[in-house]
Design a protein around this ligand. Structure first.
Ligand code: SIN
Length: 514
């Protein structure tokens, strides 16, 4: 049990969120002074806990950081920031060791480490823990360290504003706040109202506390955001009437599982040379085409041909979930369909995790470091989290301060005043208007819905704050997707199906007007 919050409100760092980024950053920063960690739900909740595949690191015998870098750049469809991606892949071995020192135990095969393979990786380089329960294994190890250490934790607490010192100005007039040198703090609402922010799309692999509103919150405080049109849809989420959202890891296809249509055909070789291990956007769109052709809301993942592994040993979480829903992985095909999974964009950061707001750092899924470009390589996200959280804390340890330089081409943007009525409205809106296939018409219609949001509260409740920031995030996403008149990576426009490097070989950055 951690100490009560400090009466003087002074912390070396205030960390918002208890996914892997928040837990790891809080632990590392606690060596520098008092750290407060606020989290919407419970310490152990958050997206990381649901991660199955693992964490990519080129540390296997036949692998190299150059190959990992090349795969990352290829997946990112022309928009990867190569310098940042190099930092990512080259830091991997040290960050894996850090995690092990915090008590994470990665799976081995005999004496050697076990490496899985996932889509668009040319080598098997994905470390996993407890089979397909990698995220849970990492979260429990880090959360245990946080609970036993010096970090002060406030659960069920939503950050409602980022508060800036001396004239920085957040979006709303700030309530009296804890000061967090150097330069930024957070306004928060205590344990009342509902727990989750709601994943942003109707069909999702994310838990309800998943990001979206956090990006709106940082934007409101003046941080630049980018790449919000690039939202990755994971090809294989479990799809059965009444079943909760559940990821069916790509690592199954890495072990030989095959997608089949209603006619039993293994269709992926018709779409890409890497067949079932093609980039996720390619697989997701191929599945949509097959589903459309057979008027079905799913295709099938056939795991009966797994080559080297027993699915009950290697994928215990997925096997147990499927069994609860009447499916035996060794005998029955699994009904799957694409679902929203991960946003490549977010709050712009430099290589030290600094945003354009002095004192505000970002790491994890909320950050747009540039390493994912237009489409993230599988299992690079857990790696990105620890690499840039570590660098942010190193920067703080060296005195911190300053901010990332703003982007000269950033677009000034004033979000609509009103908030959506509820989270479900936003989820439907994004799924219908900014889903796997988008068009100018559908995105424009989505923005017209946003313009009709009229909900305003002079003193918003916790829920009201969350809806407001989620609304800002949704509007930014629709706007970025409408402006990008091309198809690239995870962003597919039916009215502009080709990639256009002449006009769009660049990132789109937005900042708050005024
Ligand atoms: C998966 O296990 O398929 C997801 C891994 C990831 O998104 O990085």
């Amino acid at each position: 049990m951690s100490d009560p919050p400090r009466a003087d409100g002074q912390y070396r760092a205030i960390v918002i969120g208890s996914g892997m980024a928040g837990l790891f950053a809080a632990l590392e920063a606690s060596a520098l002074g008092p750290v407060l960690l606020v989290t919407k739900a419970e310490l152990h909740e958050g997206s990381t806990r649901h991660a199955q595949g693992g964490i990519a690191a080129a540390i296997g015998p036949d692998d190299s950081t150059d190959q990992h870098l090349a795969d990352t750049i290829a997946a990112g469809a022309g928009l990867v920031d190569e310098e940042m991606a190099r930092i990512l892949v080259e830091s991997a071995p040290r960050r894996i060791r850090d995690l092990e020192q915090y008590g994470v135990s990665f799976d081995s095969a005999g004496e050697a480490r076990a490496f899985g393979r996932e889509g668009a990786h040319r080598n098997a380089r994905v470390l996993h823990a407890r089979g397909d329960r990698t995220g849970a294994a990492i979260t429990s190890a880090l959360a245990q360290q946080v609970e036993e250490g010096k970090v002060i934790v406030r659960e069920h607490t939503l950050a409602t504003d980022i508060l800036l010192e001396a004239g920085g100005g957040g979006a709303d007039p700030p309530p009296p706040a804890p000061a967090a040198p150097p330069g930024a703090g957070a306004g928060a609402r205590g344990p009342r109202g509902r727990g989750g922010g709601g994943a942003a799309f109707s069909h999702t692999t994310n838990p309800p506390v998943a990001p979206g509103d956090g990006i709106g919150l940082a934007f409101g405080a003046g941080a630049e955001v980018s790449d919000l049109e690039f939202y990755q849809f994971h090809p294989t989420a479990f799809r059965q009437e009444g079943a909760p959202p559940f990821l069916i890891s790509e690592a199954l296809r890495g072990e030989g599982a095959v997608l089949r249509n209603d006619g039993g055909e293994a269709f992926m070789p018709r779409y890409h040379e890497l067949a079932d291990l093609a980039p996720r956007d390619v697989v997701a769109r191929a599945m949509v085409a097959e589903m459309r052709a057979s008027a079905s809301d799913h295709v099938w993942l056939d795991c009966t041909a797994l080559q080297r592994v027993d699915p009950y040993e290697r994928f215990p979480g997925i096997a147990a979930f499927c069994r609860e829903h009447g499916i035996d992985l060794q005998r029955d095909p699994v009904p799957v369909a694409p679902a929203a999974h991960y946003i490549m964009g977010g709050v712009c950061t430099d290589s030290w995790g600094r945003t354009t707001v002095p004192g505000l750092y970002a790491c994890g899924e909320i950050a747009a470091t540039g390493v994912h470009g237009a489409n993230r390589l599988a299992s690079n996200s857990l790696l990105e989290t620890v690499v840039f959280a570590k660098r942010a804390v190193e920067h703080l340890a060296n005195g911190g301060g300053g901010a990332m330089a703003g982007c000269p081409d950033s677009t000034s943007f004033a979000p609509t005043e009103g908030a959506p009525r509820d989270h479900a409205d936003v989820r439907r809106l994004l799924w219908e208007h900014a889903g796997i296939e988008r068009s100018g018409e559908s995105l424009q219609a989505g923005l017209e819905t946003v313009a009709g949001w009229t909900d305003t509260e002079p003193e918003p409740s916790r829920e009201g704050h969350e809806r407001r920031w989620l609304g800002v995030f949704a509007e930014l996403l629709l706007t970025a997707a409408l402006r990008r008149e091309e198809s690239r990576g995870a962003h597919y426009r039916t009215d502009f199906p080709e990639r256009n490097d002449d006009h769009w070989g660049r990132r789109q950055v937005f900042h708050r007007a005024g």
